[in-house]
Design a protein around this ligand. Structure first.
Ligand SMILES: NC(=O)C1=CN([C@@H]2O[C@H](COP(=O)(O)OP(=O)(O)OC[C@H]3O[C@@H](n4cnc5c(N)ncnc54)[C@H](O)[C@@H]3O)[C@@H](O)[C@H]2O)[C@H](O)CC1
Ligand SMILES: [K+]
Length: 504
């Protein structure tokens, strides 16, 4: 519950939001194709999003712009009522306002109907009103988009510009919401930590904390969102004292039949900077690995050298288990690794082995499902519903069910920890949607764990490095890189992360 002092900060936040949105429209109007004298119609809803709209209208009028406020419902909150009071112009009820075709074509409608408080279905009359205009700008979110998940109600009117207040919201970055926000521009707001808390308490959709923003002690364990970037995590720097063991040892369980996935994972681990990478594979299938990677050590499993034998070496703490593995190969390795208290990245075959039984993954450090794997493991109606409509909560619940950090892969990957931290990654490339790209990622997660990073930080760092490498490989390959091309960029990606870490 928000305390009184924090609540007192909200009028100032609304003032900053409305004034900032007005400034943004004045600045960006020409890019949207609006003339100097373009008419502005603010469609104000009944909540605080509408309140922002009244404040914006006041600032636009002060700047001598032709602005009309159309109301889709009397203000219901004290804040919105006060903003309405301070607006000295007319307020026209939606039912009585008839835009003409010139206004539709040359004016702009400001969508201040619903923001973070939207629930359920979009009422058809205001939705049709918004749809009628050629130019649209949203305050906070286009109405009908869920601020937390990016889920869109039918009838959402896509905007060319969205004003984000102080901080971005997950729904502005996650599809399908991202696609209807247009250009998202942050309106700078002065926000002491108490006001960030006040916003989180007062508004029902999350905001994204910046990597370095402190999280107050009372928020520990609660759901909190971050935008993934260097600063949220720290990869260790190289030092003259490094040796291959201090840089981390990653071991991959190699598949006997499908060797490509394990080899890509190995490549991901090595290229992202681990000191030593090894593959444990049945002796009869070892040759392909031996020929494929001169710098990796291949451990051939025989009746006398078993996985148990390899685990006597305590330096082999981090394992990738899943790429290219059949269920029987998973059964022969994953439980053994967990029993030996190793940190394990569970991917691909291991996720398929746990279909419908997420408890089988308990003990893994990180799980890395794409949507298909996720649906197989977490196949209850509730989880399938979350997967479709709310990826951050789907990932969080998966993390809580397994006790592992969950990387829910996609064009907007989400990384959730059981303690409530959720990072949204937007640093990626469409070029990553290629076979083997996920196998590379599992190896990068392995490297980040092996250098001693905690699982959530390691997973976030790996997703960012992989995204950066994907962008670079896409640029190099005309937009169509192979997984191997992505792996080849990981060293440079890590170099860039180091530079950014040091700068920030
Ligand atoms: N982030 C900030 O710093 C600030 C955000 N502000 C703005 O406040 C809104 C959120 O305000 P809230 O009052 O909680 O919600 P809304 O205005 O989005 O809407 C609530 C209002 O609408 C009704 N409603 C919801 N869904 C429907 C529906 N499907 N059909 C009909 N009616 C619906 C609901 O009953 C309420 O009456 C945030 O987005 C920002 O724009 C502040 O300015 C402070 C700073
Ligand atoms: K809105």
């Amino acid at each position: 519950m928000m305390d009184k002092a924090a609540g007192a900060l909200l009028p100032a936040l609304m003032e900053q939001a409305g004034a900032g949105a007005a400034r943004l429209l004045l600045e960006r109007g020409p890019e949207l194709g609006l003339g100097e004298q373009a008419r502005v119609v603010v469609l104000a809803g009944p909540g605080n999003n509408g309140g922002d709209g009244y404040v914006m209208a006041r600032h636009l009028a002060t700047a001598r712009r032709d602005v009309t406020v159309v109301s889709a419902g009397e203000p219901r909150t004290e804040l919105a009522k006060a903003a309405r009071q301070a607006w000295s112009g007319a307020v026209i009820p939606l039912a009585s306002f008839q835009p003409d075709s010139l206004l539709h074509a040359e004016g702009i409608v400001v969508d201040a109907l619903f923001g973070a408080g939207f629930k359920g279905d979009l009422p058809s009359a205001p939705a049709a009103f918004l749809q009628g205009f050629k130019h649209r700008m949203a305050l906070d979110m286009p109405s009908g988009v869920d601020g937390l998940s990016g889920d869109c109600a039918p009838g959402v009117a896509p905007c060319q510009l969205t004003a984000a207040f102080g901080r971005l919201r997950p729904g502005q970055l996650l599809l399908p919401g991202k696609a209807v926000c247009g250009v998202v521009k942050a309106v700078p707001m002065t926000m002491p930590p108490e006001s960030i808390q006040a916003m989180e308490d007062a508004f029902p959709a999350a905001i994204l904390r910046t990597p370095t923003e402190p999280v107050p002690a009372e928020a520990e364990g609660l759901l909190r969102f971050f935008h993934n970037a260097p600063g949220l995590w720290r990869l260790p720097l190289q030092t003259p004292l490094d040796n291959k063991y201090t840089r981390g040892v990653v071991s991959v369980i190699g598949g006997g039949v499908m060797s490509g996935a394990g080899r890509l994972s190995l490549m991901g681990a090595r290229r992202s900077g681990c000191g030593l990478a090894r593959v444990a594979v049945q002796a009869q299938s070892a040759m392909i690995y031996i020929l494929g990677a001169a710098g990796a050590i291949i451990d051939e499993l025989t009746p006398s050298v078993t996985l148990q034998t390899l685990l006597e070496d305590k330096r082999r703490h981090t394992w990738v288990c899943g790429p290219g593995l059949t269920s029987s190969e998973v059964m022969a390795s994953f439980p053994v690794l967990l029993a030996a208290k190793r940190q394990v990245v569970a991917d691909a075959g291991t996720l398929d082995w746990a279909a419908g039984a997420p408890e089988k993954l308990r003990g893994a450090a990180v799980i890395t499902p794409h949507a298909g794997e996720f649906a197989r493991v977490f196949n209850t109606p509730r989880m399938l519903g979350l997967l479709k409509r709310n990826r951050p909560l789907a990932a969080l619940e998966a993390a809580r069910l397994t006790g592992a950090v969950c990387v829910l892969k996609g064009s907007d990957s989400v990384v959730a920890a059981p303690d409530g931290r959720v990072a949204i990654n937007t640093h990626a490339s469409d070029g990553l949607a290629t076979a083997g790209s996920g196998d590379v990622l599992s190896g990068v997660v392995g490297t980040c764990l092996a250098v001693g990073m905690a699982p959530w930080e390691a997973a976030c760092a790996a997703v960012w490095l992989h995204g950066q490498a994907g962008q670079a490989a896409s640029a190099r390959e005309g937009g169509w890189p192979l997984a191997e091309d992505v792996a080849a960029e990981l060293g440079r990606a890590r170099g860039l992360a180091t530079t950014l870490q040091q700068a920030g």
